[in-house]
Design a protein around this ligand. Structure first.
Ligand SMILES: [Zn+2]
Length: 551
């Protein structure tokens, strides 16, 4: 362990006090930055155990922070059936058939990524087509957005779902005229009925291998921190990898609201920062931390389950689904805020955003009036995830309450057609990132993988050009909402660090912060925007060490 000096770089620090630099010195023992400045200033820190790296004038940025990803989900995607390319229900069924032939009877067939919005009629699929190809296997396939589960008869049977099963309060079991389930379950309370009986624990070695593979892919993309929105199974695996020195990417866990009671029991304010340690987890550290809890306020646009103030275009009775009662949301947000935990609320429809902001406002008022809670805790971050449709009044409220907009710019370019189809004229004020940023609402960027790509350069292209780089023939979508490159980069670095309440140790290349950086082949602020997605990652630096590529 010693000091490593990176010299001769074109460094964009994202630190307003010193935006540009040539060189930086990092202590590879602790992983923290010792100095940032000119070659001469930094060279002074050299000593006996110093390693020198010539950056050869390449562009260096703080490592990318993906503020919204589901890593296990992304890892499994490579292994299970991937119906993402299917253009009809029959095509998905034939993939299931192929898998059934190679799978022992009775074993689950799992997969996802199907997207009915890409099929000719756009109707929900049903169990009949799956029964025809896999009558002896329970089948469960997630929709692209992860909010619908399409199952066959045997899966329904395993879960005990029949015509008599009562409707969940905040989800739906689609049924035919006689009340029989059709094989589509909407939102968590319904999908959990099946998901909870799937035995996934059987192959931990496989899961581990798939996760390690995807961690390498993240490094290759220049990502040094993720906010992983998943459960305890993911946390345990990350902990194991961390202990073995195999994690390779820093992880901030955002756990489901269901763990809140357990967190509360083992919570001691003094033990919380900087190394909170509830949950029978060994101390969190710089590689693995707790980023907060996740609450779902609604469903999605693609599944037409987003909670809307006005009904979906063409279906006057459908206002979507609020997946949590307002009462429960208020209680959960207040409980988490009181513990100093950050709160990430999934809100896609304008009604979901409205209800979520109500609960945030209540929690803030409650905290302000409660002197006992003004103790020395880093104040929680309140964040709305997605913010795809929101009223101007609620945007103003986000600004006033200091709520972070955690957005995934690839959704804007991937959803453009369905936004116009299901939201009609309202689409013009959807995915309004530039408005959000200009209002001074803190912006954090992310991917939402496996729903969309996690490649930051493709996402930055989507954010700044408002088009999928794979379809260059299409005109940009709502181009007045394109972010300037510098602002988009801020959202992927310091903005995302702020969303994770980690802006004091991540997000910019500043002495005293972690030495996480990405070296790009071209100068991203110089190169024509059209070429941004092709601008490759030359190397990724984590805690001063090169973990991918070479310079
Ligand atoms: Zn997500």
């Amino acid at each position: 362990m010693g000091t490593i000096l990176y010299l001769n770089g074109n460094i964009y620090t994202m630190d307003a006090a010193q935006p540009r630099a040539q060189a930086m010195a990092i202590d590879t023992g602790s992983g923290y930055i010792l100095a940032v400045g000119t070659n001469d200033e930094v060279r002074r820190l050299g000593g006996q155990h110093t390693e020198l790296v010539d950056l050869r004038r390449r562009t260096v940025l703080p490592g990318f922070i993906d503020a919204h990803i589901h890593l296990l989900g992304a890892a499994y995607r490579a292994h299970h059936i991937d119906a993402g390319g299917c253009t009809s229900e029959d095509e998905v069924a034939s993939l299931v058939h192929e898998r059934a032939v190679q799978t022992p009877e009775g074993r689950w067939i799992l997969g996802g990524q199907w997207d009915k919005n890409r099929w000719p009629a756009g109707n929900f699929p049903d169990k009949v087509s799956l029964d025809a190809v896999a009558p002896g296997h329970p089948v469960a396939l997630w929709s692209k957005d992860g909010h619908l589960l399409w199952v066959n008869s045997l899966a329904l049977q395993r879960a005990g779902i029949t015509a008599e099963t009562p409707e969940p309060a905040n989800g739906a079991i689609l049924r035919d005229g006689s009340g029989e389930p059709t094989g589509i379950l909407q939102e968590q309370e319904a999908t959990n009925l099946v998901y909870s009986v799937i035995d996934q624990s059987s192959d931990t070695a496989l899961t581990r291998m798939l996760v390690q593979r995807i961690l390498k892919e993240l490094q290759k993309s220049g990502i040094t921190t993720i906010h992983d929105i998943e459960g305890m199974d993911a946390l345990r695996l990350f902990q194991q990898l961390r202990d073995e020195g195999e994690l390779g990417v820093r992880v901030q866990m955002i756990l489901p609201r269901q763990v809140l009671p357990e967190l509360r029991e083992t919570w001691h304010p003094s033990a919380w920062h900087p190394q909170g340690m509830p949950l029978h987890v060994e101390g969190f550290d710089d590689m693995l931390g707790l980023g907060g809890i996740k609450i779902f306020a609604d469903g999605t646009l693609g599944s037409q389950t987003a909670a809307m103030l006005e009904s979906f275009e063409g279906s006057p009775d459908n206002y979507g689904i609020l997946t949590l009662s307002e009462q429960e949301m208020n209680e959960t947000v207040s409980a988490a805020a009181e513990m100093g935990l950050s709160i990430a609320i999934h809100a896609i429809g304008d009604r979901a955003a409205h209800v979520a902001l109500n609960s945030i406002e209540k929690a803030q008022q409650h905290l302000a009036g409660n002197s006992e809670t003004s103790r020395d805790l880093s104040s929680p971050r309140y964040r709305l995830e997605h913010v795809q449709l929101i009223t101007p009044e609620d945007l103003e409220r986000m600004r006033r309450l200091g709520v972070v907009a955690s957005v995934q710019p690839f959704h804007a370019v991937a959803d453009r057609d369905i936004a116009e189809r299901y939201w009609g004229r309202r689409h013009r004020r959807a995915y309004a990132y530039r408005t959000i940023q200009q209002m001074g609402i803190p912006l954090a960027l992310g991917s939402d993988a496996p729903v969309e790509t996690f490649d930051p350069l493709r996402i930055l292209y989507a954010a700044t050009v408002r088009r999928d780089n794979a379809t260059p023939q299409r005109p940009p979508w709502l181009p007045d909402q394109a972010l300037p490159v510098a602002e988009a980069l801020w959202g992927y670095t310091l903005g995302a660090a702020y969303a994770g309440a980690e802006e004091k140790r991540k997000g910019s290349l500043t002495a005293g912060k972690l030495g996480d950086a990405v070296v790009l082949r071209e100068n991203i602020l110089d190169v024509p925007q059209e070429k941004m997605a092709e601008n490759g990652v030359q190397a990724t630096i984590l805690g001063g060490k090169i973990v991918y590529g070479e310079v």
